[in-house]
Design a protein around this ligand. Structure first.
Ligand SMILES: [Zn+2]
Length: 122
């Protein structure tokens, strides 16, 4: 597609931060799924394993904390941190960005938890 850029397009910086902020509630949902899976004997699910890894690192995972963190997640352009590490663990892992190509939008990778986020404009 070759669409002209509309004047109302957000700046790339705003688009990146907005895209990351959309991930925070998704990570909170993963915490909830993970806790439920563990409580129901499904410890092998991906969300349950994310919770288990966080607990092994010494950080208790609770729904309340994860919800608070998801609400308080506010990445700063140029110093963005990983929404998953933040919501699960309360740590600020720096994200590494990969420029967009013709085939795919810009994306961000976390080298701590391995998460990858699409951060280009929609
Ligand atoms: Zn991470």
């Amino acid at each position: 597609m070759n669409m002209p850029a509309a004047e109302t397009d957000p700046e790339p910086e705003e688009a990146r931060v907005a895209a990351l902020m959309r991930h925070a509630p998704l990570e909170f949902a993963r915490v909830v799924y993970g806790l439920n899976d563990r409580a129901n004997g499904r410890a092998g699910s991906m969300a349950a394993e994310d919770v288990a890894r966080t607990v092994r690192q010494g950080a208790p995972v609770t729904r309340e904390r994860a919800e608070q963190r998801a609400r308080s997640y506010l990445p700063v352009f140029g110093h963005e941190h990983c929404p998953r590490c933040w919501v699960f663990n309360g740590i600020k892992s720096p994200l590494h960005f990969r420029d967009h190509t013709e085939d795919r939008p810009e994306s961000a990778v976390c080298r701590v938890c391995g998460a990858e986020y699409s951060t280009g404009p929609e």
